[in-house]
Write a protein that binds this ligand. Structure first.
Ligand code: NCD
Length: 357
């Protein structure tokens, strides 16, 4: 059985098949009306969501299936102390495919081991968000006509922004990609993405603290929200929260065909007067999300008999516990510490990919 925990769980070919399937769904929606008849999608959201959860539900209903689930940890037995493993083992019996979002990094990695249905990661802490990336790629393909030869500006919270991490991992596999990483120093891209993806794959990147300086060269500007809920120091959040605001004036520095994306929700980082600009694609992006999730549900259900993909990491039991306060291992004591050694010889937690100190 196949799962989608990390965008790299799918090969480039599989991602392209998903894009083609989403395009066929857009062109011929009636063909898919009953494609998931009698199938049940479970949506387990231990953390808030509007677009991701509702687009998954809308996707399953448009495929003729049904949905069940919860939209907050407080309305599930997690609030009584039930583990992720037990929740997944139970809900696997009530559904054919399961989508989960959790505030702790590595929670879907735990879930996968206890599930007998495909698991889709809809966001784990500040780690990964592969279905947003598939949505972003479908949007880029439609708006720019290609997935290669692009200069992509990523602006805002690159430290905790999980959509950014997954998008970098996915787009680094294409040729002619350059990333402009625009963030305050405190919110720079973490080592597990910079070292194990950009540097490992030899992808060109440049770091900026100033949005205006990067703007003229961008084909895509991917704005992100400063992830308030991940900050340990509230004063730091207050100091950084309005560090980038995209305005109509700043848009004058951009190429005529630059495309502005944002996974949403926006807080203050794109001024509403940018919404009328033909380059503002973030609301279109939300609609692509529904079609891509229809394609993903169909694909994972059709791959049920396939073997799980081996990501090549040699994972071993460790004596040292992960010290990342956002890692799932810090709240669920019975989870065994697991590690792997990356290509730079650094030992990392198998759940959250943070360096083991
Ligand atoms: C993002 C998320 O949850 O990571 N939203 C989404 O899924 N569309 C971005 C965010 O919350 O800032």
């Amino acid at each position: 059985m196949r799962h989608l925990i990390n965008i790299l769980d799918f090969s480039i070919k599989e991602v392209e098949e998903l894009i083609d399937l989403a395009d066929d769904i857009i062109a011929n929606p009636e063909k898919y009306n009953e494609a998931c008849k009698h199938k049940i999608l479970a949506t387990l959201f231990f953390e808030p969501s509007t677009r991701t959860r509702l687009s998954f539900e809308s996707a399953m209903l448009s495929l003729g299936g049904t949905t069940l689930g919860f939209s907050s940890a407080s309305s599930s037995s997690a609030s009584k102390g039930e583990s992720v493993a037990d929740t997944i083992a139970v809900v696997s019996g009530y559904s054919d495919i399961l989508v989960m979002r959790h505030p702790k990094e590595g929670a879907p990695f735990v879930a996968r081991k206890h599930a007998n249905v495909p698991i889709i990661n809809a966001g784990d802490g500040g780690h990964h968000h592969p279905t947003q990336t598939l949505t972003d790629m479908l949007t880029i393909k439609h708006e720019k006509g290609r997935l290669n030869n692009l200069t992509i500006g990523l602006c805002g919270d690159l430290k905790y922004g999980r959509t950014v991490h997954s998008l970098i991992e996915a787009m680094s596999r294409y040729t002619g990609i350059k990333f402009c990483l625009i963030s305050p120093k405190e919110l720079a891209l973490p080592g597990f993405v910079k070292k194990n993806c950009l540097e490992k794959e030899g992808v060109e990147y440049q770091e900026f603290t100033d949005l205006e300086e990067a703007m003229p060269q961008l084909d895509i500007l991917y704005m992100t929200r400063i992830q308030q809920e991940r900050f340990i120091d509230r004063d730091e959040y207050i100091r950084l929260k309005d560090c980038y605001i995209l305005t109509k004036e700043k848009m004058e520095l951009a190429k005529d065909d630059m495309c502005v994306l944002h996974p949403l929700p926006r807080v203050n980082e794109i001024s509403v007067d940018v919404d009328d600009d033909k380059r503002a694609c973030y609301f279109k992006q939300t609609l692509y999300g529904k079609y891509m999730r229809m394609a993903l549900i169909l694909k994972l259900l059709s791959l049920k008999d396939e073997k799980e993909k081996d990501d090549g990491k040699e994972i071993v039991l460790s004596e040292t516990k992960c010290s990342n306060p956002h890692c799932i291992t810090t709240i669920e004591q019975e989870i065994k510490p697991l590690t792997y050694v990356d290509d730079h010889g650094t030992t990392r937690c198998a759940y959250c990919d943070k360096m083991i100190k």
